[in-house]
Design a binder for this molecule. Sequence first.
Ligand code: AMP
Length: 588
Amino acid sequence: MSRPLVIRKRAGDLRIKPNWTDYAAERAAFSWEAARAHLAGLPGGGLNIAHEAVDRHAADPRSGSRIALRFLGSGRDIDYRALAGLTNRFANVLAGLGVARGERVFTLLGRVPALYVSVLGSLKAGAVACPLFSAFGPEPVATRMGLGDARVLVTTADLYRRKVQPVRDRLPGLKHVLIVQETGDGMAAADGVHDFESLMAQSPRRYETAPTQAEDMALLHFTSGTTGTPKGAIHVHGAAVTHWATGRYALDLHPGDIYWCTADPGWVTGTSYGIIAPLLHGVTSVVDEGDFDAHNWYRILQDEDVSVWYTAPTAIRMLMKAGTELAKQYRFPALRFVASVGEPLNAEAVWWGEEALGLPVHDNWWQTETGGIMIANTPAFDIKPGSMGRPLPGIDACIVEHDAQGGVRIVDTPGKDGELALRRGWPSMFRGYLNNEERYRKCFDGDLYLTGDLARRDEDGYFWFVGRADDVIKSSGHLIGPFEVESALMEHPSVAEAGVIGKPDETAGEAVKAFVSLKSGWKASDELGLALLAHARKRLGAAVAPKEIDFLPALPRTRSGKIMRRLLKARELGLPEGDTSTLEGQAS
Ligand code: AMP
């Protein structure tokens, strides 16, 4: 069936008017200074994300008793006033443990209240919050906590035993582990191991938020590159201005909204838009602790009266697989706005929204480094299904070409592919990769931040995703560095070399596939393949480990010794091999 190329923006008969309706006018009138004025600032000057997200609303009689977080699994509701008290207590816990400003507090938790309280409480204390995804295995946990120089970890006894204890000796800087009790899941007190609830109960409910400034480090998010260890992207308290503005423009948050972000705070979306942005707008967030289940997700949308829903293409594809008939068994009268991020959202999925939910899906684009949504389909203009939308107010995006001298040139002609670049200056831009200044500098050319994504801009100023400029894999919305997976495979005694690629997958976007060659004395077999997959799963966790493995006599390498993942991928997919002049063993 042929579909129209645009979905017209909804007109003025809506019950709740969108926050903006005129793209050009709003962009022209916008300034970051004016956006900053929507935040309060600390009473003595300075800016603190947790003050803006929690205390500001707690102190206001109109919003103090409003539910901030509704945990569906446990049935626990936390209103803004209670959240202020809990996060104060946690900040006092850190003070009691002697945690200094700028030190890193990691969380390795499911989406339970303690996660939200720890992140926001750390921000209040002026410490740096680093949420890790609880599906990570010991290897990614150790790498990230080591790089981030973790001082404190908040986790459960079970996660600690399985994921931290095996690598504990690699984390000499880790002074305190706070154990969140789950039913019947205690842990004997030991040096530096504390019970989260007892410490919270002993700590005062009052706390004066640390006098942080807009440029002080607030959050550390790890992201994967093609080579080497993951990079810790530094974000500052001033990022709250972007979170607020994008909550308004890209998610259309209004007072009274019930909002559901399905992302886990272990990924940047789950922090920027699962914790911070909705609280900045004083709305109610529902939090589902469970994993994806189509029935359950429709039930949540229906029974919780969700009005704004922020999800991911993989989830939408899984709902599509479950069939539109299932969606039709539910009603979503409260649902007003649906958005998605993280991977390409195909036009079909945008139209599926119209059919199943009665609303189109608004795709938007951003990445760990940008800290917030940069390009989006919004309520202010027509959607072009398949495109990522247009740059938000305050954001200048362009397409650049690399020249032979190592510089870049802006491509003015619409329709040409190139690297997506953003003009620096938005408040949530990352301020560095922790301890890797050189890598950070390489991301910029003068004023322009180079995103590593290939895209094109059309004549109406919409951006279309083309692909990644590097070998990084996107699986179920998670960015996976091939190097990290290869390193884990190489630990197995049988493996001589490993190369890892992303293979197109109908649901997950890409699936991780590994190629290995074996050391002499080992023979390829199905059993060994399964053993290697199990090994990788144990070391890396299910979210990162390969799903498929093939044995090769040797892996293609460049003359300088780099594994040519691009070639492995081309061969796997039966695509042209492209330029192989640097391939080892090739006649020059
Ligand atoms: P992360 O830093 O883990 O959030 O991953 C960011 C990357 O995800 C981007 O650089 C893109 O490669 C990809 N991505 C994010 N949003 C979109 C989108 N709307 N369409 C296509 N790719 C996206």
